[in-house]
Design a protein around this ligand. Structure first.
Ligand SMILES: [Zn+2]
Length: 182
């Protein structure tokens, strides 16, 4: 038995909807002078890491949380930045990685091997990246570096890319300094 079943999730959602406050649709927000500039926060999918809790996000903050394993700046995430920059306008990107991340417990080589053993004909797996890292602060710096040097990121946004480490024990964020010569 799974810990939580889809049926149980459906029941839980039904209870939630009883007190749900509806949001304005985009056309209503535009009519009210809404400005769609957003802050984009890539972070990990880990269930111990819920940015809506530890950042106390509110809808009016216009924070977009993009979760992937470890919260890495992978090619798919760069495409998200391009999409949101063109569609909404972004004011900043805040990379948040966390202590005891699963990505510090596995190696990309092991993940590739697992799948290559099942799918030996798929040589493209050899080039897949799964976001493993050895050094937490450095993983944040590496991702900030990708953002700041990507040809797809406008300079105004590149200058507003920040990195933090979230401590799952204390609940605190710590800024990670990024040196421009890295
Ligand atoms: Zn993680």
């Amino acid at each position: 038995m799974p810990i939580i079943t889809p049926t149980a999730l459906l029941e839980r959602n039904k209870k939630y909807a009883e007190s749900h406050q509806g949001f304005p649709i985009i056309a209503e927000a535009v009519a009210n002078g809404g400005v769609f500039e957003a802050t984009l926060v890539p972070t990990c999918v880990d269930f111990r890491v819920n940015p809506d809790h530890f950042l106390r996000t509110k809808p009016e903050d216009q924070i977009l949380v993009a979760r992937n394993p470890a919260g890495r700046v992978v090619p798919a995430f760069l495409q998200e930045v391009m999409l949101f920059e063109a569609f909404l306008g972004l004011t900043s990107v805040v990379v948040i990685h966390h202590t005891d991340c699963g990505a510090s417990h596995f190696k990309d080589d092991d993940i590739r091997k697992f799948h290559k053993d099942r799918l030996p004909d798929h040589s493209e797996i050899d080039h897949m990246v799964f976001g493993a890292f050895d050094n937490l602060e450095q993983s944040v710096r590496d991702d900030i570096h990708i953002l700041k040097t990507s040809p797809y990121i406008p300079k105004k946004l590149a200058d507003n890319c920040h990195g933090f480490v979230y401590d799952i024990k204390t609940g605190l964020l710590t800024p990670v300094e990024y040196e421009t010569h890295v």
